[in-house]
Design a protein around this ligand. Structure first.
Ligand SMILES: Cc1cc2nc3c(=O)[nH]c(=O)nc-3n(C[C@H](O)[C@H](O)[C@H](O)COP(=O)(O)OP(=O)(O)OC[C@H]3O[C@@H](n4cnc5c(N)ncnc54)[C@H](O)[C@@H]3O)c2cc1C
Length: 561
């Protein structure tokens, strides 16, 4: 059986020297750690932490050695030996998730044992040690991912949607896995037989070497890997953030760094829509661009460093808004109460109902038309799908560089859905062709989109075109259905905040205070909305991050009464 290892897209892809991954603390730095822990004598062969345990302590070697061991049925593999001045830990020290390697004493000696919560306080106050630990933790996790040194084996096919979902879930959570490809691996049948799994059950996930999950949901995977095990769901929070896209993660970083007790609930995996962007080129400070995945995993580590907790694959089902503290009912769990809430559940771009769509997202299917996409399709034919203003703007913009722009709408015309000025520009532009009562029925290509077929719904005729770029501009739906009438929404279902709330909205919501709602505050005092879910928000990563950050100022005011 051959194995290919999991991807590492979720973490910074800097090349690290051995000294950055396994640095040696100076005597002066060790002396700063020592008062936070206790010195412990250790004997050869002693197990400090077993793979699968939650990380309760962090260790610095002062004499002797600690071995990092990967255990298997066949043999133990020592992947690293830590010498005096070196320390244990990777990103699971921050998240509290189970250890992926066993820590065993090699040569006897002494270690300094620091409890995890004490370490978390130390990294908040000692910036030099924080930099050293944080960098090493991140690079170590990256190395585990690159080498596939996890506790998960995924068996599936790259042509299977569910396999891709599971891969994305593990990657977005920065969890290492080994992938066995059913399409190329001849020895796989033996493995499937060993676990009594039929090919129809794929993808199969072997979790912690023993539990076999057949086509598991994200929630089942999170449960099996203990992603949420350390979170005390009964503890009331200062701030509950719903959604871990850019807005929610920004709120978590600012809230936790300013001393609030923060819990983030995420129904899928961290990153939100931005997590699916292969390269964000317009976010301040990243002149060569950054993948959404990379941005999200850095933000997550930053939030966890400050003590924010994140519940994965647990969505908010209902906001119990009748009394304070507010409570959120979550998927398959108890209610979580909080004094303030930031809703950052974003929006979902409406997707074309056509096979292969996900395969070509970022490789010919786009949800925004910026100069980057315009460059990609210079002098080529493109399709813009949609009859709203965003589609109209995209068509006019792309017509400046593309050879021809085909605008496809299912409606008989644009008059009902697009501003008059845009309709005129489209009509007057010889490079734009408007096709009404028309829809895409097929997408084809190998590694990227190469052909598009569309149907004229009046005649039924289907035609196929060598077009490599489709802009899907059919609007976005806010993720607000779960609010069930608790908050005032605008006509499209986005959350109204601040001065957008009219006197009628506030009267209907029984706004109880003499002051008006603050910026980003909803019709419920102490409940804020940030990012794409908020009515009037500019749908960009930077504005989501900005709103998530400034919401914390108002959260503080609300907590003060
Ligand atoms: C393919 C693509 C490319 C893009 N490229 C760019 C770009 O280059 N530059 C740019 O500036 N913008 C880009 N955008 C837009 C940008 O990604 C969004 O504006 C931004 O992600 C919005 O952030 P957010 O946190 O408000 O919401 P989202 O990113 O939508 O995150 C919301 C999160 O909330 C979670 N959630 C939803 N409901 C619940 C619930 N009930 N309980 C718990 N969690 C819930 C979701 O799973 C999600 O993780 C792109 C968008 C897409 C789709």
């Amino acid at each position: 059986m051959s194995e290919t290892t999991g991807q590492n897209e979720g973490l910074p892809t800097l090349s690290a020297s051995a000294e950055q991954v396994f640095p040696t603390l100076t005597p002066e730095q060790i002396a700063r750690v020592a008062p936070h822990g206790r010195v412990r004598s250790v004997r050869s062969g002693e197990i400090l932490v077993s793979a699968g345990d939650q990380p309760k302590s962090f260790f610095v070697v002062t004499s002797g050695s600690i071995e990092l061991v990967r255990r298997s049925e066949d043999a133990d593999l020592v992947i690293r030996v830590l010498r005096p001045g070196q320390f244990t830990g990777e990103t699971n020290m921050l998240s509290g998730r189970q250890a992926l390697v066993t820590l065993r004493i090699g040569e006897p000696g002494e270690v300094i044992e620091v409890k995890r919560d004490v370490l978390l306080d130390l990294v908040k106050t000692d910036s030099e040690l924080s930099d050293i630990f944080m960098r090493a933790f991140i690079f170590r996790r990256l190395e585990l991912i690159t080498r596939g040194f996890g506790d998960v084996v995924l068996i599936g096919s790259n042509f299977c949607k569910a396999t891709l979902r599971v891969k994305e879930f593990l990657t977005r959570n920065g969890h290492p896995y080994a992938f066995v490809d059913l399409d190329t691996d001849s020895g796989v049948q033996e493995l499937l037989d060993r676990f009594h799994v039929s090919q129809a059950d794929v993808p199969v996930l072997i979790c912690r070497q023993k539990i076999v999950l057949r086509n598991p949901s994200n929630e089942e995977i999170a449960d099996c890997l203990g992603f949420n095990e350390t979170i005390d769901q009964g503890r009331p929070r200062d701030l509950l953030i719903i959604g871990a896209g850019p807005a929610g993660l920004a709120a978590a970083v600012y809230g936790a760094s300013e001393g609030l007790n923060v819990l983030v609930l995420e129904s899928e995996a961290p990153g939100g829509q931005a997590g699916s962007s292969s390269k964000i080129e317009n976010y301040l400070g990243f002149p060569t661009g950054i993948s959404g995945q990379d941005l999200a995993s850095r933000a997550l580590i930053q939030a966890e460093k400050f003590g924010a907790e994140l519940m994965i694959a647990k969505g908010a089902r209902r906001l119990a808004c009748e009394k304070k503290p507010y409570a959120i009912e979550i998927d398959g769990g108890p209610r979580i109460s909080a004094r303030t809430v930031v809703i950052a559940t974003g929006a979902r771009y409406r997707k074309l109902r056509v096979e292969n769509l996900e395969r070509f997202e970022g490789a010919g299917i786009y949800y925004g038309a910026t100069p980057i996409e315009a460059q990609l399709c210079r002098d080529e034919e493109v399709v813009v799908v949609g009859g709203g203003n965003s589609a109209g703007q995209a068509a006019v913009f792309l017509a400046q560089t593309a050879k021809r722009v085909h605008v496809l709408v299912r409606a008989p015309g644009l008059a009902q859905s697009m501003s008059r000025y845009l309709v005129r520009r489209i009509e007057d532009n010889p490079a734009i062709e408007l096709l009404t009562k028309t829809e895409i029925v097929a997408l084809e290509g190998d590694t990227r989109l190469e052909r598009v077929s569309w149907r004229d719904n009046e005649t039924g005729a289907v035609t196929t075109h060598d077009i490599r770029h489709v802009f899907s501009m059919t609007g976005a739906d806010p993720s607000t259905a779960w609010l069930q009438g608790c908050l005032a929404l605008d006509g499209k279902g986005f959350i109204k905040t601040g001065t957008d709330l009219t006197a009628e909205d506030l009267a209907a919501a029984r706004w109880p205070l003499p002051r008006p709602p603050r910026l980003l505050e909803t019709s419920l005092p102490g409940v804020f909305a940030a990012g794409d879910v908020r009515g009037g928000n500019v749908k960009r990563v930077a504005s989501a991050v900005g709103e998530g950050s400034i919401a914390i100022t108002f959260v503080h005011e609300a907590l003060q009464g």
